[in-house]
Design a protein. Structure first.
Length: 272
């Protein structure tokens, strides 16, 4: 239960040892924790993971009120508080990366390491997707909009080899008003001024063929956060973490286990 009385669903999981810092996974806009279903196992041999459903998604409450990425970040902190987790490694993709920026900037003591995937700083400095993409996604034909989104997420080769459901296309149970609220929250995100204050070691990941959230945003973020590392994944689109999981997952784990900042004394206190 958050300070404003909203119930947030969360899902701690994993067979990793209790000692290492837990890994918090933050999903994209209008998506529940199911966003991570295809790749979550990749982290759980060595890590305990925590996901959550943003307000408006999954099993969380869905108040018809203004949402924001800053507000979602405070919901994240409420979940960590409830679990008794003092510090976590935070991996956010797409809008989850926007939320993660606020978590790291506003609560630096709660984030040991930060991974920002296929995301944007928002605001006037960010690179926006083209109007052709916006029009196709907002068009009157749902089938065209869905295929447009699939093509932005995955390469044709991957689509041909995989059947649905595609959990990155949105939470099908969301009410329409909540979808609109999520869209506005993501569009209004602007963390440009606070990025230089992020102190957690940061890895920025992005597909180099991402038109949904243009790849140029990765360099913007990496250049704005002191000491951030940048890795582009060749040929990957927006859902790089799923289609290119064999590369992306190890990149994340190698970064989180880096001896440059590994602190074995930090652990989760309540994830069972």
């Amino acid at each position: 239960m958050t300070a404003d009385g909203v119930r947030i669903a969360y899902q701690p999981r994993g067979g990793g040892p209790a000692g290492p810092t837990p890994l918090l996974l933050l999903s994209g806009q209008s998506n529940s924790h199911r966003w991570w279903d295809r790749v979550r196992d990749d982290f759980e041999a060595t890590r305990r993971t925590v996901t959550l459903d943003y307000r408006g998604t999954g099993d969380s409450d869905k108040p018809d009120e203004a949402y924001s990425t800053e507000g979602f970040a405070e919901d994240v902190i409420a979940v960590l508080d409830h679990l008794g987790v003092e510090r976590a490694d935070v991996y956010g993709t797409s809008m989850g990366g926007r939320v993660a920026q606020w978590v790291a900037a506003r609560h630096p003591g709660r984030v040991r390491a930060l991974v920002l995937g296929c995301t944007s700083p928002g605001g006037p400095h960010a690179f926006e997707r083209g109007n052709d993409i916006r029009m196709a996604l907002a068009g009157p034909d749902p089938a065209v909009a869905r295929q447009t989104l699939l093509d932005l997420m995955y390469t044709p080769r991957w689509q041909a080899a995989h059947e649905g459901p595609f959990n990155t296309l949105g939470d099908p149970a969301m009410p329409p008003y909540a979808r609109r609220r999520h869209l506005v929250a993501s569009n209004r995100h602007d963390a440009w001024d606070v990025l230089p204050g992020i102190t957690a070691p940061t890895l920025v990941l992005h597909g180099d063929d991402d038109r949904f959230n243009p790849t140029a945003n990765a360099a913007l973020i990496a250049g704005r956060i002191p000491g951030a590392r940048l890795r582009l994944i060749p040929g990957a689109r927006h859902a790089y973490f799923e289609e290119f999981r064999a590369l992306a997952g190890p990149l994340v784990l190698d970064f989180l286990d880096s001896p440059d900042f590994l602190d074995p004394s930090v652990s989760a206190s309540a994830l069972s």
